[in-house]
Design a protein around this ligand. Sequence first.
Ligand code: GN1
Ligand code: MG
Length: 376
Amino acid sequence: MCDKCLDKTVEALKKFNFKGDIIRVTPFGSGIINDTFLVVCNDKGSKNKYILQRINNSVFKNVNKLMENYCNVCDYLKDIICKRGGDIDRQTITVVLTNDGKSFYCDSKGNYWRVIKFIKNTVTYDVSESTGDFYKVGKTFGEFQNMLIDYNAESLYETIPNFHNTKERYKSFINAIERNKANRLDNVINEVNFIIERKSDTSILVDLLQRGKLPLRVTHNDTKISNILMDAKTKEGICVIDLDTIMPGLSLYDFGDAIRSGATHVSEDEKDLNKVFIDLEFFEAFTKGFLEGTANSLTEKEIELLPMAVKIITLEQGIRFLTDYLNGDVYYKTNYNDQNLDRTRTQLKLVKDIEEKLNEMKNIVNKCLSNNIVEV
Ligand code: GN1
Ligand code: MG
């Protein structure tokens, strides 16, 4: 058995309604919050696959409420997809219940587990491979937002309060500097100053929301490219996954986070900063897809702020990684000592690059818009 594989006799595995006998449980995906495993079962010669997740309970404090959101949103999506003649088993997540009908299991050590069905013939990417694929990612995230446009935002529990409240993230960062808990402040003076110089950016979107200038929507809040399952053959976007942070939020953060993570060609902890930049062709492809997917539902103000939102969420992500570094790596999983610092540096390099490209990005948005209008 590999180091990180799970023993088949683990308590939680006995509690879910798997079809067949469990053959193996191997680590899966690239998430840095929950622990994710692929469970393969043998059912009279045919294989059934599942995704098992240990939900990070120090990040998600109320798993009961989180799973309530999760299941309600899945049911809602299934309903819409069904009405549109889509495939409910492929285009949205199916939760596998425990033997006593619950959506999660809390084991004797206080670990929380859930199981969903694995969707066959799909793949995920950590970085996008072509503009064509990234266009499809944009379209899928845009359509996802549109499917939830009438979902009652008030009914959603806030799984992580102030999740994309960049102003609050900045305050926690200042706090972390003051406490200097892990004694790492001396290593990161340049990074700290870079962020402090951009303090005013952290309030732009939050203030507009507060003043009613931007609409509060039901948003995904973690639109990394790896959170879309693509058809293995056609590379069509099939299903949006990782629904833990579905909450009322700003569409702009979803747009921005997808560009932050997908319009680059390297991973978040790349050490060679020369390789870290926003590829404007990828930006254009995603923007085109997102505008099509959201089908004229974005307001003028939202559209105007699309490029700026890319900068703000990237700055926020840099702030979050650096805060965790200063706190001693207590939030994100790390595999080596300075990983959160490497992650911080890629984000700040991206911020710099975006600042230089903001005008070009605005022109691209306008170009996509005028192309869209012609198509309508
Ligand atoms: C976390 O674990 P994962 O990859 O789904 C984080 C996101 C960050 C991302 C950065 C709940 O997501 O907000 O953007 O890492 N999720 C949470 O890689 O904090
Ligand atoms: Mg996530």
